[in-house]
Design a protein around this ligand. Sequence first.
Ligand SMILES: Cc1cc2nc3c(=O)[nH]c(=O)nc-3n(C[C@H](O)[C@H](O)[C@H](O)COP(=O)(O)OP(=O)(O)OC[C@H]3O[C@@H](n4cnc5c(N)ncnc54)[C@H](O)[C@@H]3O)c2cc1C
Length: 401
Amino acid sequence: MGKITVPQGDEFPRSADMVVIGGGIIGCATAFYASRAGFDTVVLERRDGLGTLTTAASEECFRAQFDEPENIRMMQESIAVFENFADVIGIPGYDINIHQKGYLFLTAREEGVELLRKRVEHQHRNGLLDVEFLDGDEVRKRFPHVGHNVLAATFREKDGWLSAHELTHGFAKGSTAFFALRTGATGIRLDAHGVAAVVTTRGEIATRCAVIAAGPFSGVVASWVGLQLPLTNLRRQKVVLADVPLVPSNAPMHIDADEGPYWRPEVGGAALGWALPEEPSEPMEHVPTDWTFPAVVLEGVARLVPFWNQVMEKLTREKIFLSAGQYTCTPDNKPIIGPCPDIPGLYFNLGYAGHGIMASAGGARLLVDLILKPSTNVENPFRYERFSEACTRISAERMII
Ligand SMILES: Cc1cc2nc3c(=O)[nH]c(=O)nc-3n(C[C@H](O)[C@H](O)[C@H](O)COP(=O)(O)OP(=O)(O)OC[C@H]3O[C@@H](n4cnc5c(N)ncnc54)[C@H](O)[C@@H]3O)c2cc1C
């Protein structure tokens, strides 16, 4: 069982097969698959708890409804893990509060109907056979709260949501790794062979394998060894409404495929969001919220689901909970998973944008396979080399703390 602790005295490891920088969902999933492969693994997390930065801000949803075949495969693999999580981590009865109530992408535009129909055909061709195309009447037959302006939708019942906190801790507990809380990485020491150690606020850990899984801070960590990763951090906000009886508790996740706002039920209320345009921001420990956001999102979701107008009329301030985190995005919106070509022993598992919960299992399993079988990186669609032209070594220094 993984040990999650604020290290005391001699307890802090001085060497490891692998050191993972970052104890969010990605670092914890990485530690789980690394443990299974026999790596003696240390995870460094400078905050008080695991999964308390971006992972805690998430809407906690998962879907296999993607366009790119590599994303479909990664999400299918992850969802299969979520469906059997207690067995996968070997802790009987472990509950991640999974709800497979589906994802419903809706359109009210004529051109959207053809787009959704083609998307489903494409998904079927790529092995995602359980996505349905629904015309407007079929949508309202199944989901009577949907407005008469909706012309079509796609639906996959096995999509849904879960507890990101339990998922993160389940990966940690199911591993054999050492999770050092309140322990910051401050540098990566290199020698003639590549990675030699990770420098921390509690001293050095000698290792030949370091994984950057630092969420929005991944670019900062990479800069210690002179790398400039093609990452952009974008603020994203989440609204949770308590006690909203009009929201059907068995409703799926609804996404307005034309404009973007989304909502799903959440214990007596709802969780809502919208990836609105934002200026790129520096990595942040505390991401500010904007109290115009709930009103904008509610107006947005009411376009296709009219009961939200009634909700807005009665909503009071104390029922609204607003939080925010940052998406860490790459230019093609897909994560970077795999080795750094320039520095032996340095690996990336980062840049998951809005998909780090849902992709966690597949992405972490892939990274560990790539470490074990480096030759397979040429077939890896998430390899760093796709951005090699955007990546420049900006420093020849061998150690930067
Ligand atoms: C509003 C919002 C909604 C979202 N909704 C969804 C969703 O529904 N489904 C989904 O799949 N994804 C969603 N996401 C995206 C998802 O939350 C992220 O992709 C995921 O949490 C990234 O996990 P991570 O482990 O890479 O990053 P984080 O959770 O940020 O973890 C990185 C960790 O590294 C630590 N760290 C950084 N630097 C150091 C250092 N030097 N030393 C030690 N520790 C360090 C940080 O403290 C942090 O805990 C959403 C994100 C937001 C903001």
